[in-house]
Design a protein around this ligand. Structure first.
Ligand code: ADP
Length: 359
């Protein structure tokens, strides 16, 4: 649905995008993630036809945004970081205005009612936009992007400045839109891409340093998978058996208990799935396996790994087997900027306190 090929954008001597290529399939939600100054807004602006590129192509559903911008723009709904709202209009007036501006041909009343219902604006349709809260204004911004029922939705930092409840609402909304649309969103928040996106494209200093399915990105970058197992059996013997299992790079006993079962963290080497082997091993020893879960993507590690490798190899894609090191952490902190690390740090603290985003 979206195809970006060898995109380069120079602002004078500043190279904001350096040979960027990626595709987004129909129905996918893709997160463009990177620190401030990475080139996200530049990519979004080119993708939406608001900015020309120095070279390269951006295609929306087969239409070249640079050579046929009017046709391509009809396929796109865009929510810029600052939603283009007119505070002196009511929500309903504004959506009608957007309808006219886009030259929409759908049944006006029915379509705009549907848009209002989807983003739950029905109750405030008659209110002046200036009297709405930030969360509601963001919903109006999303509604204007939906007018005309475009195939592609592009959101630039859609949850910046919202409170936690509004953030969850907007994320749910975007996930819902992803069922019928192709969505690209840019963010500098690790938790955002993890909560919303099917695939993550990480951009750093104008180059793509990772492009993977969300659930596979940790494995693809670090080469390992992580599991948490709850096992009934003598702790020292269980731990030794886990550590000796082929394909297990690391096993450790956790402080947590579940009845008479102890909890263990496992990390496999090179993306191996050891779950079946683990089941048979434990059955053989007579130790009951009462819980087994993949512990998911640790994006913090992914960032550190990706940036470390990209710094070393001139921002090329991180190879498999890359590992985080203390030196990598320092490089990453300098490169990715404080925001990512503040968030990663707060995620760690929340995890330690047993909290999640939705708390
Ligand atoms: P992001 O959205 O990831 O924060 P941007 O696309 O805004 O990144 O910026 C990428 C790089 O291009 C940065 O180094 C930024 O300073 C530079 N840049 C962006 N816009 C301009 C401009 N109009 N003129 C000169 N440099 C710019």
């Amino acid at each position: 649905m979206i195809r970006i090929e060898h995109l380069v954008k120079n602002y004078g001597s500043v190279c904001a995008l350096d040979d960027v290529s990626f595709t987004v399939e129909a129905g996918e939600i893709v997160g463009l993630l990177g620190p401030n100054g990475a080139g996200k807004s530049t990519a979004m602006n080119i993708l939406t036809g608001c900015l020309s590129s120095t070279s390269g192509k951006a295609m929306i559903d087969g239409v070249d945004i640079l050579s046929d911008p009017l046709r391509a723009k009809k396929l796109i709904g865009y929510l810029p970081e600052q939603p283009p709202l007119y505070p002196d209009m009511t929500v309903w007036e504004y959506l009608n205005f957007c309808y006219d501006l886009k030259g929409c041909r759908l049944d006006r009343e029915k379509h705009l009612r549907e848009v209002c219902d989807t983003v739950r604006l029905g109750d405030v349709a008659g209110r002046l936009i200036r009297h709405l809260s930030k969360g509601y204004r963001q919903r109006v911004g999303i509604a204007q992007a939906m007018v005309g029922d475009p195939k592609v939705m592009i959101f630039d930092e859609p949850t910046v400045g919202l409170d936690p409840k509004q953030i969850i609402e907007v994320r749910n909304l975007i996930r819902g839109l992803g069922r019928a649309h192709t969505v690209v969103l840019s963010t500098h928040l690790l938790s955002e891409v993890q909560a919303v996106c099917d695939r993550i494209v990480i951009i750093n200093k104008g180059r793509i340093v990772a492009n993977e399915k969300t659930e596979r990105i940790a494995a693809a970058v670090s080469g390992s998978r992580r599991f948490r197992a709850k096992i009934c059996g003598p702790q020292a013997a269980v731990l030794q058996a886990l550590q000796n299992m082929p394909g297990v790079a690391r096993a450790e006993a956790l402080a947590e208990r579940d009845g008479d079962a102890g909890a263990y963290a496992l990390e496999t080497s090179e993306g191996l799935d050891v779950r079946k082997k683990l089941f048979y091993l434990l059955a053989e020893r007579g130790w009951a396996l009462v819980g087994l879960e993949a512990t998911g993507v640790d994006l913090e590690d992914v960032f550190l790994s990706v940036v470390e490798t990209s710094e070393q190899s001139g921002a090329k894609r991180a190879p498999r087997g890359a590992r985080r090191t203390r030196r990598g952490k320092e490089t990453a902190e300098e490169t990715l900027g404080a925001a990512l690390y503040e968030e990663a740090d707060s995620r760690r603290k929340e995890a330690a306190a047993g909290k999640t985003d939705e708390d």
